[in-house]
Design a protein around this ligand. Sequence first.
Ligand code: FEO
Length: 392
Amino acid sequence: MNKRIIKDGISWLGAIDWERRLFDALIPLPDGTSYNAYLVEGTEKIALLDTVEPMKKDVLLAQLQDVPKIDYIVIHHVEQDHSGTLPDVLEMYPDAVVLTNKKAQAMLVDHMPVDPARIRLVEDNETVSLGGRTLQFMHMPWVHWPETMVTWLAEDKILFSCDFMGSHVATSDLFVKDKGVVFEAAKRYYAEIMMPFRKLITNHLKRLDELDIELIAPSHGPIYDEPEWIMNAYKQWTDDVPKNEVVIPYISMHGSTQRMVEYLVGSLAARNVRVHPFDLAVTDIGKLATALVDAATIVIGTPTVHAGPHPNVFYATHLANALRPKLRFASVIGSYGWGTQAVERIASLIPNLKVELLNPVMIKGIPTKNDYQALDNLAQAIADKHKTFLKD
Ligand code: FEO
């Protein structure tokens, strides 16, 4: 992909990674992704904002062939998908200076061969003039690492937001066209890497509310030309009020836990509670993370293996605990052969979740009439609990 003009003197550079299917050997990328860099030209200076994933460095270097000089390279975030080509760009432009913050400086030097003498530190809110255009750096830790910052270009009303509000989508659209696709991808992105820092993000959003933003240019996915659309989505995702929704990550070895889950799904749906079951034998873990953004309750379904939960359930429970969603209630259901400590072990895995534990339903063998009644009772308890915070 060639450079693309956003407006006179401001271009998108970067690479679309159509085929990538996994990030950090952890996060599924069903729609690929992009690594966005931006070129901002003033009357006196030229700045490159971020670089690209090292495996795509040839794409960026080719886009820079007709750029005779770069004065500044802004590094918003040290993760390799944005900073990994920095050594190559510095080699190409021996007079270029890296602009970044103190935390990022240390991390850059730790992660790649960059001469610290070529780095100039910028403080929160500091400005650097390019001539007719002014870069203002705003430190915004934890979107996505502790060193992350964003750049506000006041003259053009553009926020270069790095990972913040980004989406893993490979698309030829420079600006958001398909809101359905981008909403889902941006929500998944928030869920997978930003949800643990909800409170901080709320403060960042308040800061951004003070700006008259016309474009949000993230480092993944298309540019937002309706900034309030993605900012409002983030405000809803990060607020403290969950929705009338239940997430059920589960796995079944011989069908009994599966039957219990299916019954509970129906019982909750009959009480107008929205349910998202995820069979952990086959599920895309990113979809589970996305469902956790809004859910009020998690019900973990597990058979008993060596007295505890199934290993896949350990994994999913650890993930839910690490992501710190706004869950308020939790329970466990499942079947065992002769004895179980699954409930106790699952409870010990979720110290970060400030949830009220609702009565579990653990049964021996296949479910009977009394067991189904217990599941109805659990569904009713969940529906009643949800009514305590629902506005409609
Ligand atoms: Fe897109 Fe945190 O890197």
